[in-house]
Design a protein around this ligand. Structure first.
Ligand code: 9MR
Length: 347
């Protein structure tokens, strides 16, 4: 009897262990796996967006993927300074409106970028200095945010304001030369123009926690939060290559920002490469976001490889014909499987 009992305990323990190991990461009663990125991300409480070019929305293959797979659009260039204010005080919103209209008609969320950036500046702006430039900057922020009030959910108010390398210093730019407080002034102007928009700082090469640039952005955000400067989120662009791979401490970096009381997003994700190696890198990037409750969304920077700003690196989820790549399958699978942490967004 004792032998029988002990055998039973062993068998029960073994099947329990097996059962625990077999329990899917998603709740047992969950629906079948989602078949689109947006639906899979939505189930984790997150957005899955894409950077788009408005003129390509007329291409049915392109628009078909955009509308099937993504619940957020970022106009790739249409909301930049040179596009929205080509002449001082003369605003042109037709190109931006086209993308925003498309998103609204399909219930997609819009991320706007970038209100103030050292690049893509119209020549009138490049020629201004001092108080005149400061005023023009703030007028730009006010006018663009006001135009899209209630329609653009999140703005990258300022992008790429820190230098590369080990200095941790601000990037030298015309905006920076108007005084160190230009970034906070921009955030305050944006908040005044649309109190409900989520306001983000966005940068690249801030994914490794130990990098001087990451630390410098973190210090700025901590300072802003302590002084009540209205910042709600940090965008980590997440442009990865063989030389700048998805870091092992990516989730730790995301968490360190989220711990300051802001949400974080992967705003321009793309990873150069192909096949299984690229798929694995995508898996790790998505998993890092899912590990951090304050990581509220992922945006990939383009639809097909041929649409990418660096197309030779084939960094996206769809090939040039619009077919799903192994990287796509890895992302969908990761979203479907990973026991994601849910979070109520900052705004
Ligand atoms: O993908 C964008 C490309 O089409 C533009 O020519 C370029 C210059 O405006 O900007 C690219 O997007 C950048 C983004 O706005 C900010 N982070 C880096 C991106 C890649 O350069």
């Amino acid at each position: 009897m004792r032998q029988l009992w002990s055998a039973l305990v062993t068998v029960t323990a073994a099947s329990l262990t097996a059962a625990v190991m077999l329990v899917p990461a998603r709740p047992a009663a969950a629906d079948p796996p989602a078949t689109t990125l947006a639906e899979a991300a939505h189930r984790t409480g997150r957005h899955f967006g894409v950077g788009v070019s408005g003129h390509k929305l007329a291409d049915p293959v392109y628009a078909g993927i955009v509308d099937r797979e993504f619940d957020g659009l970022t106009p790739e260039n249409e909301l930049k300074l040179d596009a929205t204010e080509p002449l001082q005080g003369r605003f042109t919103f037709a190109a931006g409106d086209r993308v925003v209209d498309h998103a609204e008609s399909r219930g997609q969320r819009v991320r706007g970028q970038t209100l103030l950036w050292h690049a893509a500046q119209p020549s009138w702006l490049v020629n201004l200095r001092g108080a005149a430039l400061r005023q023009a900057m703030l007028d730009h922020v006010t006018q663009v945010v006001a135009h899209y009030r209630g329609r653009v959910a999140a703005w990258d108010v300022v992008g790429e304001a820190f230098a590369d390398g080990t200095s941790g210093a601000r990037r030298d730019s015309n905006f920076q030369r108007t005084g160190d407080d230009w970034i906070e002034a921009a955030f305050r102007a944006a908040r005044a123009a649309d109190p409900d928009a989520k306001l983000c700082y966005n940068d690249y090469n801030v994914e490794n926690w130990s990098h001087a640039k990451t630390q410098a952005v973190h210090r700025m955000v901590r300072d802003f939060r302590s002084r009540g400067v209205p910042i709600d989120c940090v965008g980590l662009q997440s442009h990865f290559t063989a030389y700048h791979p998805v870091p092992a401490d990516f989730a730790a970096t995301l968490r360190a920002f989220a711990d300051l009381g802001v949400d974080v997003e992967l705003t321009e994700l793309d990873i150069e490469g192909s096949g299984a190696a690229q798929a694995d890198a995508y898996r790790r990037a998505v998993r890092a976001c899912l590990e951090v409750s304050g990581c509220t969304g992922i945006t990939v920077w383009g639809v097909r490889d041929s649409d990418s700003w660096r197309s030779s690196g084939t960094p996206l989820l769809f090939d040039s014909t619009g077919a799903r790549k192994p990287a796509y399958t890895a992302v969908l699978d990761t979203l479907n499987r990973f026991p994601a942490t849910r979070h109520v967004p900052v705004r």
